[in-house]
Design a protein around this ligand. Structure first.
Ligand code: CO8
Length: 132
């Protein structure tokens, strides 16, 4: 999807331009593709936070048609953390106008959670930030 991200303090920002592969309604990005970008890129925020976690719940408000071939800005940040529960936000906008806004509940997990699929998480994860 050509998603490019950078860390800005404790916020993660980036841009994405969807193309014809992501079309849902004619000329408009499929809502599932938008949810995928919002959910998946929250993963980078977890790296910034130094907390391995997974999505337990994701809620997306679609505020305006997301047009194909149009650069969009993605921003995401931690709203609140209560023990294992991380309440995250991710917004997608065009020229400052909201296109989609996601609220997500991530639950912090042990690194072993990711080994169930037979693959390892990022190398030296434990050195990246505070543990659970
Ligand atoms: C580091 C890189 C990560 C990149 C991640 C990218 C994003 C992803 O796509 S992750 C993949 C999609 N998500 C998953 O595969 C998760 C699948 N689900 C699970 O593994 C488990 O259900 C998991 C880990 C989320 C929770 O299980 P578990 O650790 O047993 O927690 P559990 O005891 O059920 O619940 C703990 C608390 O969270 C709450 N909770 C759990 N699920 C939910 C939910 N869906 N909505 C609201 N609250 C919930 C519980 O009510 C409980 O609250 P309280 O402590 O107040 O009673």
């Amino acid at each position: 999807m050509g998603l490019r991200l950078h860390v800005d303090g404790d916020c993660v920002r980036g841009n994405v331009t969807f193309d014809d592969r992501h079309e849902g309604a004619p000329g408009i990005v499929h809502g599932g593709a938008i949810a995928t970008v919002l959910d998946d890129t929250l993963g980078l925020l977890l790296v910034v936070l130094g907390t391995p976690a997974v999505t337990a719940n994701l809620s997306v408000d679609y505020r305006a048609p997301a047009l194909l071939q149009t650069e969009m800005i993605v921003e995401r940040w931690l709203e609140q953390r209560v023990d294992r529960k991380l309440h995250l936000r991710a917004d997608l906008s065009i020229d400052g106008q909201p296109v989609a806004q996601a609220r997500a509940l991530f639950l912090a997990v042990e690194v072993a959670h990711f080994e169930k699929g037979g693959r390892t998480l990022l190398p030296n994860w434990a050195d990246w930030g505070p543990s659970l």
